[in-house]
Design a protein around this ligand. Structure first.
Ligand code: HEC
Length: 200
């Protein structure tokens, strides 16, 4: 092992040098290629084309006080890619629809669904489930994922939400076919109003 690495050290150095050159030139290309994408993402509401689509990276800063999101009936929506109009249009439709990438949907402060780009996860139809810890300091992510996220009551998010009729894109509300939750809309309104992130 030691002998081999001694013998091949010069060859390895040369290889590293070539790799470094390749990475540097790839970086240069990326800079040029991503600029128009950023402009497209922030200034138009058109769905981005697959090859140039902006990356959807989600960390705790993506989540905020429910009252700062857009209220639709009894729940709240947002869009991390700037396409709020498209998200609102699907949320307002009472006969279902497919949420666009970047959509954020919340009923209570600690449970979130975020829509990834098409093809991200076929089983969840590109939804990622989050369980958050929330406080006056903001949100932190306790748990995230696709088919295996379990809330603090032991319920699997996907297990319930996949039971919604297909046209509702995993959104449960009360009559879409999901297992019910033992929380009334009145209780939900109270939980929403008590979102600790909204206290400045
Ligand atoms: C026992 C089944 C069940 C489990 C488990 C569950 N949900 Fe739900 N969820 C529901 C139902 C039913 C509603 C609709 C309640 C209403 O509208 O009053 C709902 C509502 C929601 C909504 C608002 C949009 C909608 O579908 O109506 C989001 C977002 C959400 N849940 C996310 C989650 C996340 C994230 C988890 C896991 C951390 C989770 N849920 C776990 C059944 C469940």
């Amino acid at each position: 092992m030691t002998k081999n690495s001694m013998t091949y050290a010069p060859a390895r150095q040369a290889l590293l040098f070539v790799l470094a050159l390749m990475i540097l030139s790839a970086c240069g290309k990326n800079d040029a290629a991503t600029k128009p994408v950023e402009i497209a993402a922030s200034h138009t509401s058109e769905a981005p084309v697959v090859a140039d689509r902006p990356e959807l990276s989600i960390d705790a800063s993506a989540f905020r006080c429910l009252a700062d999101m857009t209220a639709i009936r009894h729940f709240f929506v947002d869009n991390l890619l700037g396409d709020l109009d498209a998200t609102v249009a699907v949320a307002e439709a009472t006969d279902g629809g497919v949420y666009p990438p970047g959509s954020v949907v919340q009923l209570v402060p600690t449970e979130v669904m975020v829509k990834h780009h098409s093809g991200w996860n076929a089983a969840t139809r590109d939804w990622e489930f989050f369980e958050l810890d929330v406080s006056a300091d903001g949100s932190s992510i306790r748990n995230r994922g696709f088919v295996d996220v379990v809330n603090k009551f032991g319920g699997n998010c996907f297990g319930c939400h996949i039971k919604a009729e297909p046209k509702y894109d995993l959104i449960c509300e009360l009559e879409h076919g999901c297992d019910t939750i033992p929380v009334t809309r009145e209780m939900i309104a109270g939980i929403q109003a008590a979102d600790p992130r909204c206290i400045q």
